[in-house]
Write a protein that binds this ligand. Structure first.
Ligand SMILES: Cc1cc2nc3c(=O)[nH]c(=O)nc-3n(C[C@H](O)[C@H](O)[C@H](O)COP(=O)(O)O)c2cc1C
Length: 289
């Protein structure tokens, strides 16, 4: 149940303005007191409690002690820009395990990413078991190879794929065909997917949620941005999410329930190298309307 403490409430109407679902109202042209008009519309986002300057709002679904004070922002715009522009995908790791408390901090930041309708239905799998990681790696390679990469060695195969996905994508897929074929020949498939990272963090969501892939992506992005502040490096494992998209075998291998799907995955560990230079980017077309 939600309540507004009428003594504490100063009628600032911040709750009305920030609520995504129009739970609060103030009728009579704004002269009346703020009231909880539609509690049934609440999505448990907690904004009303967090924004109220007087602590007048309580929400039965969220214990008050879990609302922590927000410190004033300590990261300057320039610092944030530096962090974002120098972020790198890390693929070479020290042979050093990552303490669980750091992984828990990553998960915490992922948990604080927004989710569509505040559904918060995405969950995580943290894999540190080397045996499981190599098993998974083999499975990913097998699925991607059989699903199409193996055909890209022939002209006919390339033409067919080009018809379906266009020339730009085919260039990328053909490169993967060659990488896999070469490494297969050299007996070096091991480490190709997870780069011998000590940890892989996977996020999965409900298949029925149209925006689960977006939720998982931004949760994963939070971890990616947080990681370097803990001395860690990460890299997305799109190979894994692609394989999971193609075949249920990946989800089964990890115990993901059949109504859920893997939408995000990163490898993580202590980076072996430091990037001393920022990398230039393609100048994007931006349409200002
Ligand atoms: C959705 C997504 C999937 C990716 N999948 C992989 C992957 O499976 N393996 C890999 O080595 N890098 C993967 N990457 C990393 C990209 O290759 C990398 O972002 C790109 O080369 C640019 O480098 P940077 O991240 O250091 O800026 C992925 C990145 C994204 C955003």
């Amino acid at each position: 149940m939600m309540t507004i403490d009428a003594v504490k409430c100063i009628q600032c109407k911040a709750c009305i303005e920030v609520c995504p679902n129009y739970v609060f109202a103030c009728h009579a042209g704004g002269a009346a007191e703020v009231e909880i008009a539609h509690p049934e519309q609440c999505c448990l986002c907690g904004h009303c409690v967090a924004v109220c300057p007087e602590g007048a709002i309580r929400h039965g679904g969220m214990p008050p002690e879990e609302f922590r004070e927000v410190p004033h922002p300590r990261v300057s715009g320039a610092d944030m820009r530096d962090i974002l522009l120098s972020r790198r995908s890390i693929r070479a790791f020290q042979e050093k395990p990552v303490p669980r408390e750091l992984l828990e901090q990553l998960i915490e930041t992922a948990t604080h990413a927004g989710t569509a309708s505040n559904a918060q239905t995405e969950d995580f799998i943290v894999i540190q078991n080397r045996h499981l990681l190599s098993e998974l790696e083999e499975l990913v390679i097998e699925i991607l190879w059989k699903a199409g990469l193996k055909y890209l060695g022939s002209r006919l195969g390339r033409t067919l794929v080009e018809l379906k996905y266009g020339r730009r994508m085919v260039r990328q897929y053909v490169a993967y065909h060659h990488i896999m074929a070469n490494r297969k020949r050299q007996g070096q498939l091991r480490g190709m997917i997870f780069r011998n990272a000590p940890v892989v963090v996977i996020s999965h969501g409900l298949k029925t949620n149209f925006l689960a892939h977006t939720n998982c992506a931004i949760a994963t992005r939070n971890m990616e941005i947080m990681a370097p502040t803990l001395g860690l490096g990460t890299c997305w494992v799109g190979f894994l999410t692609s394989a999971a998209h193609i075949s249920r075998r990946i989800g089964k291998c990890l115990g993901v329930p059949p109504d859920r799907k893997i939408y995000g995955a990163i490898m993580a560990g202590y980076p072996k190298h430091r990037y001393g230079k920022r990398i230039p980017r393609r100048r994007r077309e931006v349409c200002w309307l």
